[in-house]
Design a protein around this ligand. Structure first.
Ligand code: UD1
Length: 405
């Protein structure tokens, strides 16, 4: 190698290092549950000497699934929106990857922060790590053990290649160790979803107002048993006609005991129409709402006697709120909500669901306790750790970073 060439290489190395030091932290969101997790992280990063940019892949795009949540959660408008929309898993993942690569080339981030387990999480992680850009994964290490769930594939693969893994419960580290991931990459910080819950509790909307806003008589919630809240959107529950029919029949039976408020995901709404199952919905007992904003859902859950769901986030939120939760899945990647919280796994079995409900209505529902570090400050711990970790990686003193434009 000539001296000139060697000099050029050294210069390039120096340039690359300088870029890495100066680059922003690029925070990625794509689908509804990501927004809830990213809001407190962005607030916490603002208190660190780390410039941050927000990128929305556009995986969720409906006003009710996206815009509305940004307003409720006081998220800043995304600096970049890839606008990928819906598609098969392959198409959606591929479109995010294609859109994300030029953003990395242009922004040269010091680090990419991804949250949760949606297709956007994995797609952006793959692109970043292959370009040698550090990735931090928030909510790492959760495992359902069920590889038929698309989210499980996203979790396993993201954690294998991400550099810094922030966990919400201690069982996550054991899962990661089992997959050969070194302890140095793992940092137990607690649960950012609960940061968002605590931050927004004072602003939660009253359930009666939420119903009235959709032309539903709010006094329907005033019966002796109160009301239940239902959300369903997992492909395993709603994409097969007979499965969805069975679940709705069980819920119709449950609704004879207390009214159920359904916040319907577009996937579920489409499938009820497509499979012509609308007749199973008894309008004064099963109260159908479109996807709700964060503050409406928080109000509805807080006041509920029981929540029936297949969502991951609701299992955690009900545990934090002390509201009994029946999870209509065969497993959970969040075992602490069962071991310490208010969650019971009932699957799709009619007998198990109705028995679980009967126990709760008889006053024998789980009360639970709030897990370790679900204290409203997880995002601050993430931001502080990330600042230290990036500083060690790039060797730039914090003071110097602060003086960067
Ligand atoms: C995605 C996540 C899931 C998360 C859920 C929360 C993956 C693999 N799944 O599932 O982990 O719990 O978000 O909602 O990433 N649709 C709309 N408008 C929208 C978005 C979606 O109508 O704004 C409809 C479309 O018909 C679309 C379908 O919902 O095809 C599914 O959307 P998609 O983003 O593929 O997955 P979700 O079921 O929302």
């Amino acid at each position: 190698m000539s001296d000139k060439q060697a000099g050029a290489n050294i210069e390039q190395g120096v340039d690359k290092r300088a870029e890495e030091r100066h680059g922003p932290v690029l925070c990625v969101v794509g689908a509804r549950p990501n927004f809830t997790k990213m809001a407190p992280i962005l607030r916490a990063l603002a208190a660190q000497p780390l410039p941050a940019l927000l990128l929305h892949t556009g995986q969720h795009y409906d006003e009710a699934m996206s815009e509305r949540l940004f307003t409720d959660l006081r998220l800043p408008r995304p600096d970049i929106n890839l606008g990928v929309g819906s598609g098969s898993h392959a198409v959606q993942t591929a479109e995010v990857m294609r859109g994300f690569e030029p953003v990395l080339d242009a922004q040269k981030p010091s680090c990419v922060v991804v949250v949760g387990d949606v297709n956007s999480t994995l797609a952006c992680t793959l692109v970043a790590v292959k370009k040698g850009i550090a990735v931090a994964h928030v909510e790492a290490g959760l495992r359902s053990g069920d590889r038929t769930m698309p989210e499980e594939i996203n979790r396993v693969l993201t954690d294998q290649v991400a550099d810094r893994l922030y966990t919400t419960e201690r069982s996550a580290a054991a899962n990661l160790h089992r997959e050969g991931i070194a302890d140095e990459r793992i940092c137990f910080v607690g649960n950012v979803m609960i940061d968002t819950l605590r931050f927004n509790q004072p602003r939660a909307h009253a359930p009666a107002a939420t119903l009235a806003a959709h032309g539903i008589d709010p006094t329907l919630l005033d019966g002796a048993q109160g009301y239940g809240v239902v959300t369903l959107h997992r492909p395993s529950n709603v994409d097969d006609q007979e499965t969805l029919r069975g679940v709705l029949q069980t819920l119709a039976t449950a609704a004879q005991q207390l009214p159920l408020v359904f916040a319907l995901h577009p996937r579920t709404r489409n499938n009820i129409d497509r499979f012509e199952l609308g007749a199973l919905i008894e309008p004064r007992r099963m109260l159908l709402l479109p996807p709700q904003g964060y503050l409406e859902m928080l109000g509805l859950m807080s006041g509920a006697t029981v929540v029936l769901t297949d969502s991951g986030g609701l299992q955690e939120e009900t545990t934090a709120l002390g509201v009994p939760c029946l999870t209509l899945r065969e497993n959970t990647e969040r075992p602490i909500t069962v071991e310490q919280g208010t969650n019971t796994i009932v699957g799709r079995d009619r007998g198990a669901i109705l028995h679980g409900l009967a126990e709760i209505l008889a006053g024998r529902g789980k009360r639970g306790r709030v897990p370790e570090l679900w204290d409203g400050h997880a995002a601050e711990r993430i931001a502080a750790d990330l600042a230290r970790w990036l500083q060690r990686r790039t060797g730039l003193p914090t003071r110097e970073r602060r003086s960067q434009p």
